[in-house]
Design a binder for this molecule. Structure first.
Ligand code: PXP
Length: 248
């Protein structure tokens, strides 16, 4: 099972100050050196975190696999055709949502999804569709000739968080059933959303899932495990300031 790290939150921190750090490009390199087999970013219509500049630079630096999540709009398709990521994941997008709230309804948006899948495949970009673990949706992805799907694990993650009151085994079973059905149809199965260091073991047992997309939990952990070193580095510089560069 491959791990693709979603680095949107690195850009979220940068955009909190509208400055130049931390840079998602540097984050991508660190993730790859640590063993990630892919880098994922979501270029949102409102550009709240990842910017056009990021996807252009990531295309030039990511050596593993670059996946751009996007809505199937004319603007996004044009960007994908220019940047040429290894893969585009089609997601639904609502302006006031905090994060992607559910899978794309490919039955409802059949016409547009079919058109966009065709345009991306024609540009030699692999296509994945973010869908709920719902058999009707998965069969429709097959009809629309999507080579890959990413099964939304959000409901499973919510059920896990609710502890005993949440029926996470039932949600896990839905994911496993959906993954089996998709694989039988010849669709490559990926999954993601809401996965954490606590709930990962359950999802990692589903054999049909080839890749997981994980963002929030990894970046959250990075902020905490990296804090000790970051404070020590600043304190050391304050104790022994370096010589100032000469200003001409
Ligand atoms: N997959 C998709 C389609 C997403 O939109 C996101 C969140 O950007 C993820 C996976 C990663 O979810 P999380 O940040 O909860 O790990």
């Amino acid at each position: 099972m491959r791990l693709a790290v979603n680095i949107d939150h690195i850009a979220t921190i940068r955009e909190a100050r509208k400055t130049d750090e931390p840079d998602p490009v540097a984050a991508a390199v660190i993730c790859e050196l640590a063993g990630a087999q892919g880098i994922t970013v979501h270029l949102r219509g409102d550009r709240r975190h990842i910017q056009d500049r990021d996807v252009e630079l990531l295309r030039r630096t990511v050596t593993t696999h670059l996946n751009i999540e996007m809505a199937g709009t004319t603007e996004m398709v044009r960007i994908a055709q220019t940047v040429k990521p290894d893969q585009v994941t089609l997601v639904p997008e609502r302006k006031d949502e905090v994060t992607t709230e559910g899978g794309l309804d490919v039955v409802l948006h059949s016409g547009n999804v079919e058109k966009v899948v065709g345009q991306l495949l024609d540009a030699r970009i692999d296509v994945s569709i973010f869908v709920d673990p719902d058999l009707e949706q998965i069969r429709h992805c097959h009809k629309l000739r999507a080579p890959k799907i990413e099964i939304n694990t959000g409901k499973f993650a919510d059920a896990w968080k609710s502890g005993k009151s949440g029926n996470w085994p039932a949600e896990l079973e839905k994911i496993a059933t959906a993954a089996r059905a998709a694989k039988k149809l010849g669709i490559v199965v990926l999954a993601g959303h809401g996965l954490t260091y606590r709930n990962i073991d359950a999802i990692a047992t589903v054999p049909e899932i080839e890749e997981l997309n994980i963002g929030h939990s990894i970046i959250s952990r990075a902020a905490l495990v990296g804090l000790d070193a970051a404070v020590r580095e600043m304190a050391a510089l304050m104790r022994a300031p370096r010589r100032l560069p000469t200003v001409r």
